[in-house]
Design a protein around this ligand. Structure first.
Ligand SMILES: Cc1cc2nc3c(=O)[nH]c(=O)nc-3n(C[C@H](O)[C@H](O)[C@H](O)COP(=O)(O)OP(=O)(O)OC[C@H]3O[C@@H](n4cnc5c(N)ncnc54)[C@H](O)[C@@H]3O)c2cc1C
Length: 474
Protein backbone atom coordinates (compact mmCIF):
# COMPACT_ATOMS: atom_id res chain seq x y z
CA UNK A 1 0.00 0.00 0.00
CA UNK A 2 0.99 3.65 -0.29
CA UNK A 3 1.52 5.79 2.80
CA UNK A 4 2.11 9.50 2.23
CA UNK A 5 4.21 11.31 4.86
CA UNK A 6 6.93 9.73 7.03
CA UNK A 7 6.13 11.76 10.15
CA UNK A 8 5.00 10.26 13.45
CA UNK A 9 1.75 8.80 12.13
CA UNK A 10 3.05 7.65 8.73
CA UNK A 11 6.18 5.99 10.16
CA UNK A 12 4.18 4.14 12.84
CA UNK A 13 1.59 3.00 10.28
CA UNK A 14 4.31 1.82 7.87
CA UNK A 15 6.25 -0.11 10.53
CA UNK A 16 3.09 -1.72 11.91
CA UNK A 17 1.81 -2.79 8.51
CA UNK A 18 5.22 -4.06 7.46
CA UNK A 19 5.54 -6.01 10.72
CA UNK A 20 2.12 -7.50 10.00
CA UNK A 21 3.43 -8.78 6.68
CA UNK A 22 2.27 -6.12 4.18
CA UNK A 23 4.44 -4.38 1.60
CA UNK A 24 4.52 -0.61 2.05
CA UNK A 25 5.72 2.29 -0.07
CA UNK A 26 6.27 5.26 2.23
CA UNK A 27 6.54 8.65 0.47
CA UNK A 28 8.34 11.49 2.22
CA UNK A 29 8.88 14.87 0.55
CA UNK A 30 11.90 15.89 2.62
CA UNK A 31 14.66 16.68 1.66
CA UNK A 32 13.34 17.27 -1.90
CA UNK A 33 11.15 19.98 -0.38
CA UNK A 34 10.74 20.84 3.27
CA UNK A 35 8.35 22.63 5.62
CA UNK A 36 8.79 25.81 7.68
CA UNK A 37 9.56 23.77 10.79
CA UNK A 38 11.34 20.53 9.87
CA UNK A 39 15.15 20.71 10.04
CA UNK A 40 16.30 17.27 8.90
CA UNK A 41 15.44 14.63 6.35
CA UNK A 42 14.70 12.09 9.10
CA UNK A 43 11.40 10.30 9.54
CA UNK A 44 9.39 11.17 12.68
CA UNK A 45 11.05 14.50 13.38
CA UNK A 46 9.57 16.28 16.43
CA UNK A 47 9.02 19.83 15.22
CA UNK A 48 8.59 21.74 18.49
CA UNK A 49 8.82 20.53 22.09
CA UNK A 50 10.77 17.34 22.81
CA UNK A 51 8.17 16.30 25.41
CA UNK A 52 5.65 13.51 24.85
CA UNK A 53 3.85 14.65 28.01
CA UNK A 54 3.04 13.00 31.33
CA UNK A 55 3.73 9.38 32.15
CA UNK A 56 1.48 9.49 35.22
CA UNK A 57 -0.89 6.51 34.97
CA UNK A 58 -3.91 8.43 36.27
CA UNK A 59 -3.80 11.05 33.51
CA UNK A 60 -5.17 11.05 29.97
CA UNK A 61 -1.63 11.31 28.52
CA UNK A 62 -0.53 8.42 30.76
CA UNK A 63 -3.48 6.31 29.62
CA UNK A 64 -2.52 6.95 26.02
CA UNK A 65 1.03 5.77 26.72
CA UNK A 66 -0.30 2.60 28.32
CA UNK A 67 -2.31 1.98 25.13
CA UNK A 68 0.74 2.54 22.94
CA UNK A 69 2.74 0.13 25.05
CA UNK A 70 0.04 -2.58 25.21
CA UNK A 71 -0.57 -2.44 21.45
CA UNK A 72 3.15 -2.65 20.68
CA UNK A 73 3.79 0.81 19.20
CA UNK A 74 7.19 0.85 17.54
CA UNK A 75 7.68 4.62 17.89
CA UNK A 76 6.73 4.57 21.55
CA UNK A 77 9.45 1.96 22.11
CA UNK A 78 11.91 4.23 20.26
CA UNK A 79 10.85 7.15 22.49
CA UNK A 80 11.55 5.13 25.64
CA UNK A 81 14.96 4.19 24.24
CA UNK A 82 15.80 7.87 23.61
CA UNK A 83 14.41 9.28 26.85
CA UNK A 84 15.95 12.34 28.59
CA UNK A 85 15.17 13.45 32.18
CA UNK A 86 11.98 15.57 32.36
CA UNK A 87 10.37 15.00 35.76
CA UNK A 88 7.11 13.11 35.35
CA UNK A 89 7.05 13.59 31.57
CA UNK A 90 8.42 11.45 28.75
CA UNK A 91 10.86 13.68 26.86
CA UNK A 92 13.29 12.45 24.22
CA UNK A 93 16.54 13.38 22.57
CA UNK A 94 14.86 14.42 19.34
CA UNK A 95 17.85 13.65 17.09
CA UNK A 96 18.40 10.13 18.44
CA UNK A 97 14.65 9.47 18.28
CA UNK A 98 14.26 10.52 14.65
CA UNK A 99 17.44 8.69 13.61
CA UNK A 100 16.29 5.52 15.34
CA UNK A 101 12.90 5.58 13.60
CA UNK A 102 14.54 6.34 10.25
CA UNK A 103 16.95 3.43 10.75
CA UNK A 104 14.05 1.03 11.40
CA UNK A 105 12.11 2.27 8.36
CA UNK A 106 15.10 2.06 6.03
CA UNK A 107 16.16 -1.37 7.28
CA UNK A 108 12.70 -2.94 7.06
CA UNK A 109 12.60 -5.47 4.21
CA UNK A 110 8.92 -4.72 3.45
CA UNK A 111 9.17 -0.89 3.41
CA UNK A 112 10.37 1.17 0.44
CA UNK A 113 11.04 4.77 1.55
CA UNK A 114 10.64 7.01 -1.50
CA UNK A 115 11.82 10.62 -1.29
CA UNK A 116 9.68 13.14 -3.15
CA UNK A 117 6.50 15.20 -2.90
CA UNK A 118 3.08 13.69 -3.54
CA UNK A 119 0.77 16.16 -5.29
CA UNK A 120 -2.32 13.99 -5.56
CA UNK A 121 -3.78 10.51 -5.18
CA UNK A 122 -5.04 8.72 -8.30
CA UNK A 123 -8.14 6.54 -8.52
CA UNK A 124 -6.19 3.27 -8.47
CA UNK A 125 -4.22 4.29 -5.37
CA UNK A 126 -1.16 5.39 -7.34
CA UNK A 127 0.13 8.88 -6.56
CA UNK A 128 1.14 11.96 -8.54
CA UNK A 129 4.77 12.27 -7.59
CA UNK A 130 7.52 14.85 -7.99
CA UNK A 131 11.16 14.15 -7.15
CA UNK A 132 12.06 17.80 -7.73
CA UNK A 133 12.98 17.38 -11.41
CA UNK A 134 10.16 18.36 -13.79
CA UNK A 135 6.41 18.13 -13.33
CA UNK A 136 4.64 15.69 -11.03
CA UNK A 137 3.77 12.40 -12.76
CA UNK A 138 2.20 9.08 -11.72
CA UNK A 139 4.68 7.08 -9.63
CA UNK A 140 3.56 3.86 -11.32
CA UNK A 141 2.74 2.26 -7.97
CA UNK A 142 -0.99 1.44 -7.80
CA UNK A 143 -2.01 0.27 -4.31
CA UNK A 144 -4.83 -1.57 -2.57
CA UNK A 145 -5.10 1.19 0.07
CA UNK A 146 -3.67 4.65 0.69
CA UNK A 147 -2.94 6.37 4.00
CA UNK A 148 -2.59 10.16 3.96
CA UNK A 149 -0.41 11.16 6.93
CA UNK A 150 1.06 14.42 5.73
CA UNK A 151 0.59 16.32 8.97
CA UNK A 152 -0.20 19.92 9.80
CA UNK A 153 2.14 21.21 7.09
CA UNK A 154 0.79 19.19 4.19
CA UNK A 155 2.25 20.52 0.93
CA UNK A 156 -0.16 22.78 -0.91
CA UNK A 157 -1.05 20.73 -4.04
CA UNK A 158 -2.06 17.77 -1.91
CA UNK A 159 -4.00 20.05 0.51
CA UNK A 160 -5.96 21.40 -2.44
CA UNK A 161 -6.79 17.84 -3.49
CA UNK A 162 -7.85 17.05 0.07
CA UNK A 163 -10.08 20.12 0.14
CA UNK A 164 -11.77 18.87 -3.07
CA UNK A 165 -12.19 15.40 -1.58
CA UNK A 166 -13.79 16.51 1.69
CA UNK A 167 -15.72 19.45 0.25
CA UNK A 168 -14.83 22.82 1.68
CA UNK A 169 -13.97 21.34 5.08
CA UNK A 170 -10.19 21.19 4.82
CA UNK A 171 -8.78 24.16 6.67
CA UNK A 172 -5.37 25.78 7.00
CA UNK A 173 -4.58 28.07 9.90
CA UNK A 174 -1.81 29.09 12.21
CA UNK A 175 -0.02 27.53 15.14
CA UNK A 176 3.00 28.68 17.19
CA UNK A 177 6.33 27.15 18.40
CA UNK A 178 8.60 28.08 21.36
CA UNK A 179 12.24 29.23 21.08
CA UNK A 180 15.24 27.16 22.25
CA UNK A 181 18.28 28.73 23.98
CA UNK A 182 21.82 27.42 24.48
CA UNK A 183 22.52 26.18 28.04
CA UNK A 184 25.96 27.76 28.30
CA UNK A 185 24.52 31.21 27.60
CA UNK A 186 22.21 31.09 30.65
CA UNK A 187 22.99 32.73 34.00
CA UNK A 188 22.69 29.94 36.57
CA UNK A 189 23.38 32.36 39.41
CA UNK A 190 19.84 33.68 38.75
CA UNK A 191 18.07 30.59 37.39
CA UNK A 192 17.36 27.83 39.87
CA UNK A 193 16.91 24.13 39.27
CA UNK A 194 13.62 22.76 40.60
CA UNK A 195 10.58 20.77 39.48
CA UNK A 196 7.22 22.24 40.40
CA UNK A 197 6.29 21.07 43.95
CA UNK A 198 9.47 18.94 43.73
CA UNK A 199 7.06 16.05 43.16
CA UNK A 200 8.10 14.97 39.72
CA UNK A 201 11.84 14.39 40.07
CA UNK A 202 14.39 16.81 41.42
CA UNK A 203 15.68 19.69 39.37
CA UNK A 204 14.68 18.67 35.84
CA UNK A 205 13.65 22.26 35.06
CA UNK A 206 15.52 25.54 35.19
CA UNK A 207 13.34 28.37 36.51
CA UNK A 208 13.69 32.05 35.73
CA UNK A 209 12.20 34.03 38.68
CA UNK A 210 10.64 37.45 38.06
CA UNK A 211 10.14 40.19 40.65
CA UNK A 212 6.95 42.25 40.24
CA UNK A 213 8.87 45.11 38.57
CA UNK A 214 10.78 42.82 36.22
CA UNK A 215 7.57 41.05 35.28
CA UNK A 216 5.59 44.20 34.48
CA UNK A 217 8.44 45.70 32.42
CA UNK A 218 8.72 42.43 30.50
CA UNK A 219 4.97 42.17 29.78
CA UNK A 220 4.93 45.82 28.61
CA UNK A 221 7.64 45.13 26.03
CA UNK A 222 6.12 41.77 25.07
CA UNK A 223 2.74 43.18 24.04
CA UNK A 224 4.31 46.12 22.19
CA UNK A 225 6.90 44.07 20.26
CA UNK A 226 6.81 43.57 16.47
CA UNK A 227 5.01 40.46 15.28
CA UNK A 228 5.51 38.53 12.04
CA UNK A 229 1.83 38.12 11.28
CA UNK A 230 -0.43 40.96 12.32
CA UNK A 231 -3.64 39.15 12.91
CA UNK A 232 -6.29 38.88 15.55
CA UNK A 233 -5.58 35.61 17.28
CA UNK A 234 -8.90 35.51 18.98
CA UNK A 235 -10.68 34.76 15.73
CA UNK A 236 -12.26 31.34 15.48
CA UNK A 237 -9.77 29.96 12.98
CA UNK A 238 -6.90 30.22 15.43
CA UNK A 239 -5.57 27.11 17.08
CA UNK A 240 -6.73 28.00 20.60
CA UNK A 241 -4.70 25.33 22.42
CA UNK A 242 -1.36 26.81 21.34
CA UNK A 243 -1.69 30.58 21.89
CA UNK A 244 1.47 32.67 21.39
CA UNK A 245 2.76 34.10 24.70
CA UNK A 246 2.31 37.70 23.50
CA UNK A 247 -1.35 36.96 22.72
CA UNK A 248 -1.87 35.57 26.23
CA UNK A 249 -0.25 38.75 27.63
CA UNK A 250 -2.53 40.87 25.48
CA UNK A 251 -5.51 39.48 27.42
CA UNK A 252 -4.24 41.22 30.60
CA UNK A 253 -1.01 41.90 32.43
CA UNK A 254 -1.57 39.01 34.84
CA UNK A 255 -2.74 36.44 32.28
CA UNK A 256 0.75 34.89 31.75
CA UNK A 257 1.19 34.67 35.56
CA UNK A 258 -1.79 32.35 35.59
CA UNK A 259 -0.58 30.50 32.50
CA UNK A 260 2.95 29.66 31.29
CA UNK A 261 4.61 32.00 33.85
CA UNK A 262 2.76 30.69 36.89
CA UNK A 263 5.04 30.49 39.96
CA UNK A 264 2.97 27.98 41.99
CA UNK A 265 4.96 25.12 43.51
CA UNK A 266 8.28 26.96 43.10
CA UNK A 267 10.49 28.48 45.81
CA UNK A 268 13.44 30.68 44.81
CA UNK A 269 16.35 29.42 46.99
CA UNK A 270 17.90 32.92 47.01
CA UNK A 271 14.88 34.49 48.71
CA UNK A 272 13.17 31.48 50.27
CA UNK A 273 9.90 32.72 48.67
CA UNK A 274 7.71 31.99 45.70
CA UNK A 275 8.67 34.41 42.88
CA UNK A 276 6.08 36.85 41.44
CA UNK A 277 6.22 34.88 38.19
CA UNK A 278 8.55 32.23 36.74
CA UNK A 279 9.48 30.88 33.33
CA UNK A 280 10.38 27.18 33.22
CA UNK A 281 13.08 25.92 30.87
CA UNK A 282 13.24 22.24 29.94
CA UNK A 283 16.29 20.39 28.55
CA UNK A 284 16.07 19.70 24.82
CA UNK A 285 18.55 16.82 24.69
CA UNK A 286 20.23 14.18 26.87
CA UNK A 287 23.27 16.36 27.39
CA UNK A 288 21.10 19.37 28.36
CA UNK A 289 23.08 21.64 26.06
CA UNK A 290 19.97 23.57 25.08
CA UNK A 291 16.69 24.49 26.75
CA UNK A 292 13.14 25.08 25.55
CA UNK A 293 11.20 28.06 26.93
CA UNK A 294 8.17 26.13 28.15
CA UNK A 295 4.87 27.58 26.90
CA UNK A 296 6.57 30.40 24.97
CA UNK A 297 5.15 29.76 21.50
CA UNK A 298 5.51 33.08 19.75
CA UNK A 299 4.86 35.13 16.67
CA UNK A 300 7.44 37.88 17.41
CA UNK A 301 10.05 38.72 14.76
CA UNK A 302 13.46 37.15 15.45
CA UNK A 303 15.17 40.45 16.50
CA UNK A 304 12.27 41.18 18.84
CA UNK A 305 12.47 37.70 20.38
CA UNK A 306 16.16 38.32 21.07
CA UNK A 307 15.51 41.76 22.59
CA UNK A 308 12.40 40.94 24.62
CA UNK A 309 13.23 37.41 25.82
CA UNK A 310 16.64 38.65 27.00
CA UNK A 311 14.71 40.73 29.55
CA UNK A 312 13.85 37.48 31.36
CA UNK A 313 16.01 37.19 34.51
CA UNK A 314 18.87 34.78 33.80
CA UNK A 315 18.43 35.03 30.01
CA UNK A 316 20.18 38.43 29.61
CA UNK A 317 22.87 36.84 27.40
CA UNK A 318 20.80 34.00 25.95
CA UNK A 319 21.94 32.62 22.60
CA UNK A 320 19.04 31.29 20.55
CA UNK A 321 19.51 27.82 19.09
CA UNK A 322 16.13 28.25 17.43
CA UNK A 323 13.67 31.12 17.42
CA UNK A 324 9.94 30.59 17.87
CA UNK A 325 7.96 30.55 14.63
CA UNK A 326 4.37 30.54 13.31
CA UNK A 327 2.98 27.71 11.24
CA UNK A 328 0.13 26.52 9.15
CA UNK A 329 -1.96 23.70 10.54
CA UNK A 330 -3.87 21.59 8.01
CA UNK A 331 -6.56 19.17 9.09
CA UNK A 332 -9.88 17.84 7.86
CA UNK A 333 -13.18 18.32 9.61
CA UNK A 334 -13.08 14.76 10.93
CA UNK A 335 -16.73 14.41 12.06
CA UNK A 336 -17.90 14.97 8.49
CA UNK A 337 -14.90 13.78 6.47
CA UNK A 338 -13.98 10.45 8.10
CA UNK A 339 -15.70 7.29 9.25
CA UNK A 340 -14.98 5.39 12.48
CA UNK A 341 -12.16 3.44 10.80
CA UNK A 342 -10.45 6.61 9.57
CA UNK A 343 -11.54 6.27 5.91
CA UNK A 344 -12.57 9.30 3.87
CA UNK A 345 -16.32 8.92 3.54
CA UNK A 346 -16.46 10.52 0.09
CA UNK A 347 -13.63 8.55 -1.50
CA UNK A 348 -15.91 6.10 -3.34
CA UNK A 349 -18.24 8.78 -4.73
CA UNK A 350 -15.14 10.73 -5.78
CA UNK A 351 -14.19 7.80 -8.00
CA UNK A 352 -11.56 6.05 -5.89
CA UNK A 353 -11.41 2.31 -6.41
CA UNK A 354 -9.35 1.83 -3.23
CA UNK A 355 -9.98 2.97 0.36
CA UNK A 356 -8.27 6.19 1.43
CA UNK A 357 -7.36 6.56 5.10
CA UNK A 358 -6.23 9.61 7.07
CA UNK A 359 -3.81 9.43 10.01
CA UNK A 360 -2.08 11.87 12.34
CA UNK A 361 -2.74 15.56 12.61
CA UNK A 362 -4.33 15.79 9.18
CA UNK A 363 -7.06 13.46 10.51
CA UNK A 364 -7.90 16.08 13.12
CA UNK A 365 -6.06 14.77 16.19
CA UNK A 366 -3.46 16.89 17.99
CA UNK A 367 -0.25 15.88 19.78
CA UNK A 368 2.78 13.67 19.25
CA UNK A 369 1.49 10.56 21.05
CA UNK A 370 -1.93 11.04 19.49
CA UNK A 371 -0.27 11.07 16.03
CA UNK A 372 1.63 7.86 16.80
CA UNK A 373 -1.51 6.20 18.16
CA UNK A 374 -3.46 7.36 15.13
CA UNK A 375 -0.87 5.82 12.78
CA UNK A 376 -1.15 2.55 14.68
CA UNK A 377 -4.95 2.61 14.46
CA UNK A 378 -4.83 3.38 10.73
CA UNK A 379 -2.59 0.32 10.33
CA UNK A 380 -5.25 -1.83 12.04
CA UNK A 381 -7.89 -0.31 9.75
CA UNK A 382 -5.89 -0.99 6.59
CA UNK A 383 -4.98 -4.51 7.70
CA UNK A 384 -8.66 -5.22 8.35
CA UNK A 385 -9.68 -3.81 4.99
CA UNK A 386 -7.12 -5.84 3.05
CA UNK A 387 -7.73 -9.08 4.92
CA UNK A 388 -11.53 -8.80 4.87
CA UNK A 389 -11.65 -9.24 8.67
CA UNK A 390 -13.88 -7.07 10.84
CA UNK A 391 -12.00 -5.26 13.61
CA UNK A 392 -13.71 -4.64 16.96
CA UNK A 393 -14.91 -1.10 17.68
CA UNK A 394 -12.51 1.01 19.69
CA UNK A 395 -13.95 1.37 23.22
CA UNK A 396 -14.75 4.95 24.23
CA UNK A 397 -13.42 4.20 27.70
CA UNK A 398 -9.88 4.18 26.32
CA UNK A 399 -8.05 7.50 25.87
CA UNK A 400 -7.73 7.25 22.09
CA UNK A 401 -11.14 5.61 21.71
CA UNK A 402 -12.70 8.64 23.44
CA UNK A 403 -10.80 11.07 21.22
CA UNK A 404 -11.53 9.17 18.05
CA UNK A 405 -15.23 8.71 18.72
CA UNK A 406 -15.50 12.42 19.51
CA UNK A 407 -13.57 13.27 16.34
CA UNK A 408 -15.70 11.07 14.09
CA UNK A 409 -19.09 11.67 15.68
CA UNK A 410 -21.19 13.50 13.05
CA UNK A 411 -22.94 15.27 15.95
CA UNK A 412 -19.70 17.06 16.85
CA UNK A 413 -19.85 20.59 15.49
CA UNK A 414 -17.09 23.19 15.11
CA UNK A 415 -14.47 20.46 15.48
CA UNK A 416 -10.96 21.55 16.50
CA UNK A 417 -7.96 19.18 16.70
CA UNK A 418 -7.72 17.87 20.21
CA UNK A 419 -5.40 16.09 22.65
CA UNK A 420 -6.68 13.13 24.63
CA UNK A 421 -8.41 14.38 27.78
CA UNK A 422 -10.84 13.23 30.45
CA UNK A 423 -13.42 15.76 29.30
CA UNK A 424 -14.44 13.62 26.32
CA UNK A 425 -14.50 10.25 28.10
CA UNK A 426 -17.86 8.75 29.08
CA UNK A 427 -18.65 9.59 32.74
CA UNK A 428 -17.97 6.98 35.40
CA UNK A 429 -21.04 4.95 36.46
CA UNK A 430 -20.63 6.26 40.02
CA UNK A 431 -19.60 9.85 40.75
CA UNK A 432 -16.14 10.05 42.35
CA UNK A 433 -15.61 13.41 44.06
CA UNK A 434 -11.89 13.27 44.75
CA UNK A 435 -10.02 14.30 41.60
CA UNK A 436 -7.07 11.92 42.06
CA UNK A 437 -9.38 8.98 42.72
CA UNK A 438 -11.58 9.94 39.77
CA UNK A 439 -8.63 10.00 37.38
CA UNK A 440 -7.39 6.68 38.76
CA UNK A 441 -10.87 5.21 38.15
CA UNK A 442 -10.83 6.46 34.55
CA UNK A 443 -7.41 4.88 34.04
CA UNK A 444 -8.45 1.53 35.54
CA UNK A 445 -11.65 1.41 33.52
CA UNK A 446 -9.69 2.32 30.37
CA UNK A 447 -7.12 -0.42 31.00
CA UNK A 448 -9.89 -3.03 31.34
CA UNK A 449 -11.56 -1.83 28.15
CA UNK A 450 -8.23 -1.95 26.35
CA UNK A 451 -7.58 -5.55 27.47
CA UNK A 452 -10.98 -6.56 26.11
CA UNK A 453 -10.29 -4.70 22.85
CA UNK A 454 -6.93 -6.43 22.39
CA UNK A 455 -8.51 -9.85 23.01
CA UNK A 456 -11.27 -9.09 20.48
CA UNK A 457 -8.72 -7.81 17.94
CA UNK A 458 -6.68 -11.00 18.28
CA UNK A 459 -9.84 -13.09 17.82
CA UNK A 460 -10.98 -11.04 14.80
CA UNK A 461 -8.28 -12.33 12.47
CA UNK A 462 -7.01 -8.85 11.54
CA UNK A 463 -3.30 -9.31 10.76
CA UNK A 464 -1.50 -7.25 13.36
CA UNK A 465 1.87 -7.91 15.01
CA UNK A 466 1.37 -6.19 18.42
CA UNK A 467 5.00 -5.09 18.37
CA UNK A 468 6.24 -8.58 17.55
CA UNK A 469 7.51 -10.21 14.37
CA UNK A 470 5.69 -10.42 11.03
CA UNK A 471 2.28 -12.01 11.37
CA UNK A 472 0.94 -12.45 7.85
CA UNK A 473 1.92 -12.16 4.21
CA UNK A 474 0.03 -10.00 1.74
C1 LIG B 1 4.67 24.03 14.68
C2 LIG B 1 4.04 22.90 15.37
C3 LIG B 1 4.43 22.59 16.65
C4 LIG B 1 3.87 21.51 17.31
N1 LIG B 1 4.31 21.22 18.55
C5 LIG B 1 3.81 20.16 19.21
C6 LIG B 1 4.30 19.85 20.50
O1 LIG B 1 5.16 20.53 21.04
N2 LIG B 1 3.78 18.79 21.14
C7 LIG B 1 2.82 18.02 20.57
O2 LIG B 1 2.39 17.04 21.19
N3 LIG B 1 2.34 18.30 19.33
C8 LIG B 1 2.80 19.36 18.64
N4 LIG B 1 2.33 19.67 17.39
C9 LIG B 1 1.19 18.92 16.84
C10 LIG B 1 1.46 17.53 16.21
O3 LIG B 1 1.46 16.58 17.21
C11 LIG B 1 2.71 17.38 15.42
O4 LIG B 1 2.66 18.25 14.35
C12 LIG B 1 2.94 15.93 14.91
O5 LIG B 1 4.21 15.88 14.34
C13 LIG B 1 1.91 15.45 13.91
O6 LIG B 1 2.30 14.21 13.40
P1 LIG B 1 1.96 13.80 11.91
O7 LIG B 1 2.56 12.48 11.65
O8 LIG B 1 0.53 13.97 11.68
O9 LIG B 1 2.68 14.91 11.01
P2 LIG B 1 4.23 15.18 10.78
O10 LIG B 1 5.02 14.64 11.90
O11 LIG B 1 4.37 16.61 10.42
O12 LIG B 1 4.57 14.30 9.50
C14 LIG B 1 4.04 14.59 8.23
C15 LIG B 1 5.11 14.28 7.20
O13 LIG B 1 4.55 14.38 5.90
C16 LIG B 1 5.47 15.02 5.04
N5 LIG B 1 4.69 15.61 3.94
C17 LIG B 1 3.86 16.67 3.98
N6 LIG B 1 3.27 16.85 2.78
C18 LIG B 1 3.75 15.88 1.95
C19 LIG B 1 3.53 15.55 0.59
N7 LIG B 1 2.67 16.23 -0.19
N8 LIG B 1 4.21 14.49 0.06
C20 LIG B 1 5.07 13.77 0.84
N9 LIG B 1 5.32 14.06 2.15
C21 LIG B 1 4.66 15.09 2.69
C22 LIG B 1 6.19 16.00 5.94
O14 LIG B 1 7.45 16.35 5.42
C23 LIG B 1 6.28 15.23 7.24
O15 LIG B 1 7.46 14.48 7.34
C24 LIG B 1 2.86 20.74 16.69
C25 LIG B 1 2.45 21.09 15.41
C26 LIG B 1 3.02 22.14 14.75
C27 LIG B 1 2.58 22.51 13.40
Amino acid sequence: MNIIGAGLAGSEAALQLADAGFRVTLFEMRPVCSTEVHHSDCCAELVCSNSLKSTKEASAAGMLKHELSALGSVLYRCALDCRVPAGGALAVDRTSFAERVTGLVEAHPRIALVRGRVDGVLEDGDVLFSDGAGKARPAGLPAKAVVIATGPLTASALSEGLARLVGSQSLAFFDAAAPIVMADSLDESILFRQSRYEEEGLGDYLNAPFSKDEYERFIGELVAADRVIRRDFETKDLFQACQPIEEIARKGVDAPRFGPLKPVGLVDPRTGHRPWAALQLRAENREATSYNLVGFQTNLTFPEQKRVFRMIPGLEHAEFARYGVMHRNTFVDAPRALDARGRFVRSRESGYAVPLFAAGQVSGTEGYCEAIRSGLQAAIGVAAELSGATPPALPRQTAYGALWSYATDPQTTGYQPMHVNFGIMPPLPVRVKNKGERYAAYAQRGARALDAYIEALKASGVPFAFGGAAAAGE
